[in-house]
Design a protein around this ligand. Structure first.
Ligand code: ATP
Ligand code: SF4
Ligand code: MG
Length: 455
């Protein structure tokens, strides 16, 4: 899979979606508040110290929801990994979301997101996966209101925030209910400011807390992410990369958000720091009942912490369901290909990537990639899908998994019930072709050898 580095699609430095003014939300009894007072200056530890495990929760280096640590989940995303701390209430509901960008020269528009549906519950971690350019970052930005949507709804706690404009939009953004965590923490932390100033910047600009209260909340946020509050006096260049990402998360949570949007939050970190950050996110969602959407190319990392996964392909959701189920037995051919391409995800029904690539020799009269289907409004994957038929020239239906409640596990495909049998046929056909080719080569070699052998 491509190793993706987040492009900087905007000029926003702050971790807040609202620009530099994340005001704290009103106190919410269900959520803990940062209360640790600033302590005397002390050098920060070389390694991130452990965060305090929440009651009944995980411990750093310990286990994640399904009893698998992010370090090891690659090998074993168990169904239990999806055991969710989430409530049944919906925090974020995205419906029919569409985003398009003007093409160069101003003639026409390119549709980047089309009819995207997605939900996040309080306390739930939803992974968003898909190859580069599939629209993951655009989706996060559209949810946050940073990229305007031209269709659909984005509801937070039942309120359509995609329609907010002017003062109402500014007020919502200042509330800091949605916060971003970027791949590069320096997008959230001004290198010229101390960490304390960066983390407290929103409160300072909004005037919502005096100096002492700000310092108290900054120290509390640092402690929540497992950093010594003394690092508040340091600048971003004076701490490690892992500590910087923790500090950027502290900047996000100091505003007491409802929803955290994390765009490749660990891809720039080494394995050790990656695990620390993943465990931290897992703890934060439990402790604060935060809804978290994590965009990642690292399926194994997601398997360790996410409850659900949304698979995007060319701006459409092709599959959405409990991550353990989806990774163990993907229903959509693209999801299967994605998982087959991830060497460290071992699904119950592990796919052979080769069998999922175009196989025009299988019943080629009726089954095989259909290059123009997407242009006719059909399946976005049809130009690559070895199982496409003429049906795929039409928009695929979103189909619930058998025996599941509505919306629990959907996949958008015309041939959910049959593509696996085609895959088996493809594999058999490939095996036969390989055997035939081998036999032919052997016969040729034998004949050549006979010719060359002196009698
Ligand atoms: N501001 C913009 N103007 C025009 N096109 C854009 C803009 N932002 C994104 N795009 C296009 O939208 C598509 C989706 O981009 P996006 O950054 O959302 O993909 P992504 O899934 O996050 O990819 P990656 O994994 O590489 O980060 C790409 O083709 C990209 O070129
Ligand atoms: S709808 Fe057709 S082209 Fe699309 S994934 Fe399903 S079988 Fe393949
Ligand atoms: Mg991106």
């Amino acid at each position: 899979m491509a190793d993706i580095h987040l492009a900087a699609p905007d000029t926003i430095r702050t971790g807040s979606v609202s620009g530099p003014v994340p005001e704290p939300l009103p106190a919410q009894p269900a959520r803990a508040r940062a209360t640790t007072a600033a302590s005397p200056a002390a050098p920060p530890p070389a390694e991130p110290p452990p965060v305090t495990p929440p009651p009944g929760g995980t411990s750093p280096g310990g286990t994640s929801p399904g009893g698998t640590s992010p370090a090891t989940t690659a090998a074993a995303p168990s169904p239990g990994a999806a055991a969710s701390a989430a409530s049944s209430a919906v925090l974020l509901r995205v419906e029919g979301l569409g985003v398009s960008f003007a093409e160069r020269g101003g003639i026409g528009r390119t549709r980047v997101l089309d009819g995207v549906e997605l939900t996040v519950r309080p306390g739930e971690i939803v992974g968003i996966v898909g190859e580069t350019g599939s629209g993951k970052t655009t989706l996060a930005r559209a949810i946050a209101g940073l990229t305007p949507a031209d269709r659909g709804q984005v509801e937070l706690d039942g309120r359509d925030i995609a329609r907010l404009r002017g003062r109402a939009q500014r007020r919502f953004r200042r509330g800091g209910a949605i916060q971003f965590v970027f791949q590069d923490p320096l997008r959230a932390l001004d290198p010229e400011l101390t960490l304390g100033e960066s983390i407290g910047e929103g409160m300072a600009i909004a005037g919502t807390a005096g100096r002492a209260r700000r310092a108290e909340r900054v120290a509390g946020a640092l402690a929540q992410v497992g950093l010594d509050p003394a690092v508040a006096e340091r600048r971003p260049a004076q701490i490690s990369g892992g500590q910087r990402q923790r500090a950027s998360i502290a900047r996000a949570i100091v505003a007491e958000p409802r929803l955290l949007l994390c765009d490749e939050p660990v891809s720039a970190l080494d394995a050790s720091n990656r695990n620390h950050i993943l465990i931290l996110l897992d703890e934060l969602r439990r402790r604060f009942d935060l809804g978290i959407a994590v965009i990642s190319h690292d399926l194994s990392s997601l398997a360790g912490i996410a409850d659900r996964v949304v698979v995007l392909y060319r701006g459409r959701v092709v599959e959405d369901g409990p991550i353990a189920d989806v990774f163990a037995s993907p229903r959509h051919p693209y999801t299967a290909l994605l998982i087959a391409s991830a060497p460290d995800i071992h699904g119950r029904d592990r796919q052979a990537a080769a069998a999922l690539r175009p196989a025009p020799d299988v019943d080629s009269q009726s089954v095989g990639p259909r290059p123009d289907a997407r242009d006719r409004g059909g399946c976005v994957f049809a130009h690559r899908c070895p199982f496409a038929t003429v049906d795929c020239d039409g928009a695929p239906p979103r189909v619930d998994a058998p025996g599941r409640s509505s919306g629990d596990w959907i996949a958008a495909c015309h041939h959910l019930d049959t593509w696996r049998s085609h895959r088996a046929a493809s594999a058999a056909s490939t095996a036969t072709a390989t055997a035939t080719a081998t036999a032919t080569a052997t016969a040729t070699a034998t004949a050549t050898a006979r010719k060359e052998t002196p009698l």
